[in-house]
Design a protein around this ligand. Structure first.
Ligand SMILES: NC(=O)c1ccc[n+]([C@@H]2O[C@H](COP(=O)([O-])OP(=O)(O)OC[C@H]3O[C@@H](n4cnc5c(N)ncnc54)[C@H](O)[C@@H]3O)[C@@H](O)[C@H]2O)c1
Ligand SMILES: [Zn+2]
Length: 361
């Protein structure tokens, strides 16, 4: 069974890929533990993959952004302290990025850090967010404002959870997968294209291989920059404008889908700046990005004033221009700090039709 080791300043941790059945039985035999399971995952898998979980040491938690808060964390503390007031507790999370964030923050702060195991169940969490050590909470109207760096001790990825994932959540995760493959260059891009139909048909071995490749690409970007001070920033490809689209659409456009649209826009700006050819930009757009863009944007989601305003407010912004990560003709990633509002406006005008068309399931 494939195992990936990830280095981190806190500890080295392992990512296992394959059936989680035996590992769950092992976790169920631990003395002091609590399983926190996404409510929908529990509904779909309580009598199947998760049947080994002891009911008295399992709680469910809803995957709602409104619960990814300090209050949500306090709820988790209460449940943990009810079970054992000792440091030797293991918290086991089964769910997607929301459960990862709220429980990861709880695990990182209770007793300044308890043992934490993560079993991701969405494509986004399996192929992207499970590694990288970040936990984030929403605060008031600010998304992901509070957080910590804390990796799980073990991550176990079983792609069979993905069979019950809603299509929209699947394609949101696919947005991050395609981003990572584009960032890794032509060979990985070709590999992704060749696997695309099998990925969408949920072929388990293809999914496992694609998730593994995605994680390896991400590790390459974070291994020397865990705290996001340099190279790791490049993973924000598609995110600079993507985050703005998420908030302007009131989060109707899910994260990974907004990232796909963000890459389309970033590529348009890169072409205008003469660092990406029209040919390469068109190839990426028509073969890689648009096929996985399933959410249609409304014209109001693409209002240039609102988008530029939202980019300007983004917490990652430094300096006076807008910050944008772009792909170059040579396949390298560059980060510009001097993008002008006019460039974003022109890109929005150019691709608005494409983004509003979208392609449904
Ligand atoms: N910490 C990080 O590094 C990081 C990185 C990226 C995103 N995030 C956060 O992750 C969150 C998004 O996470 P996500 O896209 O994984 O989705 P999610 O956790 O919001 O889950 C999406 C939906 O799928 C359901 N679900 C989860 N697994 C399922 C399964 N196997 N079968 C059926 N339903 C299932 C959930 O109940 C929910 O309704 C956001 O809050 C985002 O900010 C965190
Ligand atoms: Zn992302």
């Amino acid at each position: 069974m494939p195992v990936i080791k990830v280095r981190s300043s806190l500890r080295e941790y392992e990512v296992h890929l394959g059936t989680v059945h035996d590992f769950l039985r092992h976790l169920a035999s631990l003395e002091h533990k609590l399983f926190v399971v996404d409510q929908n995952v529990w509904r779909c898998h309580a009598d199947g993959i998760l049947s080994a979980l002891p009911r008295s040491e399992t709680i469910t938690f809803p995957a709602l952004e409104e619960r990814k808060t300090l209050e949500g964390v306090q709820e988790i503390y209460e449940h943990l302290l009810e079970r054992s007031a000792k440091r030797n507790l293991t918290l086991i999370t089964v769910g997607g990025g929301i459960l990862q964030d709220v429980t990861g923050f709880a695990a990182s702060t209770l007793y300044r850090g308890i043992n934490w195991v993560f079993i991701p169940t969405t494509l986004l969490a399996q192929a992207d967010s499970c590694i990288g050590s970040k936990t984030s909470l929403n605060y008031g109207r600010y998304k992901n404002l509070i957080g910590s760096f804390y990796p799980p001790s073990t991550i176990w990825i079983d792609p069979s959870f993905l069979r019950t994932l809603h299509k929209l959540d699947f394609y949101s995760g696919l947005g991050e997968v395609v981003k990572l493959h584009i960032m890794a260059g032509e060979e990985k891009t070709r590999q992704y294209l060749g696997s695309y139909d099998s990925i969408c048909a949920l072929d388990m071995s293809t999914l496992q291989r694609t998730i593994r490749t995605s994680l390896e690409i991400k590790i390459d970007y974070i291994s020397d920059d865990e705290f996001d001070l340099g190279r790791r920033n490049m993973l924000n490809y598609g995110h600079c404008i993507g985050h703005a689209l998420e908030s302007v659409s009131d989060f109707r456009i899910p994260h990974g889908q907004a990232v796909v649209a963000g890459m389309v826009l970033a590529n348009d700006i890169a072409q205008r700046r003469g660092i990406l050819s029209e040919e390469k930009r068109r190839f990426i757009e028509t073969r890689l990005l648009l096929p996985s863009l399933k959410v249609k944007a409304k014209p109001s989601d693409l209002d240039a004033m609102d988008i530029i305003d939202a980019i300007s407010k983004d917490k990652k912004r430094i300096g006076s221009g807008l910050v944008l990560v772009m792909l170059t003709e040579a396949g390298e990633m560059v980060r510009a700090n001097d993008v002008e509002a006019q460039e974003v406006r022109a890109a929005l005008e150019e691709v608005a039709n494409l983004l509003c068309e979208g392609s449904r399931f």
